[in-house]
Design a protein around this ligand. Structure first.
Ligand SMILES: *[C@@H]1O[C@H](CO)[C@@H](O)[C@H](O)[C@H]1NC(C)=O
Ligand SMILES: *[C@@H]1O[C@H](CO)[C@@H](O)[C@H](O)[C@H]1NC(C)=O
Length: 212
């Protein structure tokens, strides 16, 4: 009975939200971004807007919680991993479940997942690890990190850290490229790589993640 009621509610909601000639501008990639944004905002309720502006740590979250509160974003805080030695597959399974919750909301806005992929996708067991900022800063490392992040379903790397460390006694000085801000500015060449620019001359589909 509960299932039948659920199906009936689902049908009613589906019918009321998808009218015959209701054009979903925000789902059409050919429309200008502004048109999509205006269309989407008009469809959002206040609770959906609040949920979309919220980013929660993944711990204790389920796909159903994301669905219920229209959560827009999750992150892995320091050390917040699905389990010890979690493989790329474990991450994909976890994030797919979160994404399922987001995509099953009325508006189906995909979830954004953020993580400290600061020297490679460094929370993932057997991912490629690179030196910390104090020892790196090139496009190719950004591209490799981006590829491994996307392979686990993650779109958002909290990197690079652009701190300008002036006192090496600061415990996280290694996250700074330099005490000279002009060097820090130059080293942000990592950014185009993280944003998906594949360095010229790289073969496509190059394997970084544990050789797979
Ligand atoms: C997750 O739940 C446990 C048990 O209630 C709690 O101790 C912990 O702080 C929660 N984690 C987060 C990130 O809220
Ligand atoms: C995690 O991996 C390390 C290094 O391979 C290993 O020593 C440890 O036993 C593993 N822990 C678990 C819970 O699998």
């Amino acid at each position: 009975m509960a299932i039948l009621v659920g199906i009936l509610i689902f049908l009613c909601v589906s019918i009321s939200s998808i009218q015959a000639n209701d054009v979903l501008v925000y789902k059409d990639p050919k429309q200008p971004v502004e048109a999509g944004v205006n269309d989407l905002l008009q469809r959002m309720t206040l609770p959906a807007k609040i949920g979309q502006m919220t980013q929660l740590d993944r711990e204790n979250i389920t796909g159903d919680i994301i669905k219920k509160y229209n959560i827009g974003s999750l992150l892995s805080g320091g050390g917040s991993v699905p389990r010890q030695n979690a493989s790329a597959k474990d991450w994909v399974i976890m994030i797919n479940e979160f994404q399922r919750g987001a995509m099953s909301t009325r508006l189906g806005i995909p979830l954004i997942y953020g993580i400290d992929a600061v020297h490679g996708h460094n929370n993932v067991y057997k991912a490629t690890l690179f030196p910390h900022n104090v020892g790196l800063g090139v496009t190719r490392i950004g591209a490799a990190t981006a590829l491994e992040c996307r392979a686990t379903g993650i779109q958002y790397a909290f990197a690079p850290c652009i701190a300008v460390c002036r006192d090496p006694r600061w415990g996280r000085c290694y996250e700074s490229y330099s005490e000279d801000h002009t060097i820090v500015q130059q080293m942000t060449e990592l950014v185009p790589g993280l944003q998906g620019d594949i360095p010229p001359g790289q073969q496509q589909g190059y394997p970084y993640l544990g050789g797979n």
